[in-house]
Write a protein that binds this ligand. Structure first.
Ligand code: AMP
Length: 280
C-alpha cells in the first residue's frame, strides 16, 4: 500500500492506471475510520482493480462554530485499517495543497437539494463537500466512487454535481452500517460520554418506531413525526434539530405516505450533533 501526500504524484499514479485500463474505485473519507467506512472500501475492493481512499478533514465543509479543530484524527490507525483492506493508495493531501489560494472559490450545487434539511441547518456545508469532492475526482479520476446512505442527502448532492458537470464517475450508495444497538457508526460517536452514548440509541429507536407505524398502515406524516418527537424527548440529553419524512428522489416533504419514503433526522446528544435516516 502506498501513502501519497503530493497531488501531482497522485494524479500521475491514477493516470498511469487509466492508461493500463484499470478500473479505479474511490472512497472519500475524513478519517477516524470505522466499520461504515470499511464497508465502502470493501465494496470498492470487490468491484475495482485499483482502490484509492482519501483521508482529508475538509475545513470548508465545517461552519465557524463547528468541530473542525476537535474532529477525531488518527492517521496511524487509519493506515493500518486501509492496509488490512488491501487498499492500493491512501491519499492524504495537506490543507495548503488542497486549498492553495485559501478557501474560495467553490464549486456549488445551487439547488433546493442543498438548501433543505442539512443544508438549512448547516449553511455552506454542501458547498464545502462539493468543492472537495470535485477536487478529489479531478485528481483521482475514479470510475466508481462509494458513498454511505448514512449521509443520504450528501450522496444525492454529489450525484447532482456529477450529472451537472458531466463527470465520468459512477456514484454508488452503500447501506448504513450500525453498532450492535443500532446507532449508526460515525466518527463523531467518539465524542459521546458513556451516558450520551446510551441516550444516542434513541435516534435508531425512533426510526424503528416510525417504520413499525408505517408498516401497520399509518400514512400521515403529521402523526408519525410528533410521535418520533415524543420518543426522542424522553431522553433528557437529546435535542431535536429536525425530523423529516421526504421523497427519497428529491428530499421534498411527503405529507401522505403512498410510496417509498426517507425518514431523516438530526439530533444533538449533549454537544454532539448526530444524523441518521431510514428508507421505508
Ligand atoms: P466521513 O468520513 O464521515 O466524511 O464519511 C466518509 C464516507 O463514509 C461517506 O460517504 C459517508 O456517508 C460514509 N459513512 C459514514 N458513516 C457510515 C456508516 N455508518 N455506514 C455507511 N457509510 C458511512
Amino acid at each position: 500500500m502506498e501513502v501519497i501526500e503530493d497531488i501531482t504524484l497522485m494524479k500521475n499514479c491514477c493516470r498511469k492506471k487509466k492508461l493500463e485500463k484499470k478500473k479505479i474505485g474511490f472512497v472519500a473519507t475524513m478519517g477516524a475510520l470505522h466499520e461504515g467506512h470499511l464497508s465502502l472500501i470493501e465494496r470498492a475492493r470487490e468491484s475495482s482493480d485499483f482502490v484509492v481512499v482519501s483521508i482529508f478533514v475538509n475545513p470548508t465543509q465545517f461552519g465557524p462554530e463547528e468541530d473542525f479543530k476537535s474532529y477525531p484524527r488518527n492517521l496511524t490507525m487509519d493506515l493500518k485499517l486501509c492496509q488490512e483492506q488491501a487498499v492500493d493508495v491512501v491519499f492524504v493531501p495537506s490543507e495548503e495543497k488542497m486549498y492553495p489560494e485559501g478557501f474560495p472559490p467553490r464549486v456549488e450545487v445551487k439547488d433546493r437539494l442543498t438548501e433543505i434539511l442539512e443544508g438549512a441547518s448547516r449553511p455552506n456545508h454542501f458547498g464545502g463537500v462539493v468543492t472537495v469532492v470535485a477536487k478529489l475526482f479531478n485528481i483521482i479520476l475514479p470510475d466508481v466512487s462509494y458513498f454511505g446512505e448514512k449521509d443520504y442527502q450528501q450522496a444525492l448532492v454529489i450525484k447532482k454535481m456529477v450529472k451537472d458537470l458531466h463527470m465520468d464517475v459512477e456514484i454508488v450508495l452503500s447501506p448504513t452500517v450500525r453498532e450492535k444497538d443500532g446507532l449508526a457508526c460515525s466518527s463523531r460517536n467518539k465524542y459521546l460520554t458513556l451516558e450520551e452514548r446510551k441516550a444516542a440509541k434513541v435516534l435508531f429507536k425512533s426510526l424503528l418506531a416510525a417504520k413499525a407505524a408505517i408498516e401497520e398502515g399509518e400514512k400521515e406524516s403529521y402523526r408519525i413525526i410528533p410521535s418520533m418527537e415524543r420518543l426522542i424527548k424522553e431522553e433528557k440529553l437529546a435535542k431535536i434539530d429536525y425530523i423529516a419524512i421526504v421523497d427519497p428522489e428529491n428530499l421534498e416533504k411527503v405529507e401522505k405516505i403512498k410510496d417509498k419514503v426517507l425518514i431523516a433526522l438530526a439530533v444533538k446528544i449533549g454537544k454532539t450533533r448526530l444524523i441518521d435516516n431510514m428508507l421505508i
